[in-house]
Write a protein that binds this ligand. Sequence first.
Ligand code: FE
Length: 346
Amino acid sequence: MVDSDLVATFKTELQLCGVKPGTTVAALSEGLVRQEYAQATLLASRELGADVFHVNLPPREGPSSAMVGNRPVVEMLKNADLVMDFMSLLFSHEQNEILASGTRMLMVQEPLHVLKALAPSKDLRRRVEFAGELLTNARELRFTSPTGTDISYKLNQYPVLTEYGYTDTPGRWDHWPSGFLLTSGDDDGVDGTVVLSPGDISMVFASYFTSPVTLTVKKGYVTDIAGDGLDANLLRGYIESFNDERAYGVSHIGWGLNEKATWHNLGLTRNALSPAMNGYPEIGVNALAFYGNVLFSLGPNTEVGGKNDTHCHIDLPMRNCSLSLDGQPIVERGRIVVEEMKVPGF
Ligand code: FE
């Protein structure tokens, strides 16, 4: 029996994704991971009068999934209108090929309580798309913090990725739930200092910084990681372990717009033994999409079409920062200051 609450949650989401009679939906999963999400997709799609099927692949043994080189499955998914991706094809060539065919894709990894708590809306989409326009038109992004961050990104090279938690646009990818946007600085166009401060988050350790870590960035690369505390040691050790100079590259930059996201429950959600998880890590989208955060990150830039494909990717959501585009304030001390992006009461 698939929980009726789960099916109802998926039905609402699929409706936002434009699923209706005549739409073909594919559920994509591996092993036993998120099987109830695949089943909920089948039932909810049927209730909406859509055609639907489920592709289940063997679980991955190494870093690459059973999608690699699996032509029949790639072709089948290209024939669907919407792929609900429960195995995460993010950063794969197969995902790019499926999207290029006009199929839209939605990645789903979080447990049910997070899917519900951060449920997307048309208003979230409106605000994220407004932000996307601003960021697309900007030539320079600068962000600062009261603790000493001051870093600038030249923005001439890479597109903007919006994530608002659903997609009804052919060929477009999104992640449910979400609510932020990102781009990358030019390859040699990021310079300055980032001070990670107590309360900021390291997604790779699923923890909060408790001591300051100062990163010096020159021409798009971290050249120094300073700090006496455990946090600096962990960060240095983790990056060094990849034995890859490109691991020091600065990755994407952007800000969060989901007012439903919370900062305080990172550990709880990252460690939750939800049945929907089957032991798989979730992304920790609360911190990524948190309203008024600045999402700083290190590592690859293939997400926006760049050449750095290092396996060392570290998302570092920061609070209380100020961010401007070509001198126009967007976030001031963690508060969104552009009327069109604001949520009443925040
Ligand atoms: Fe990232």
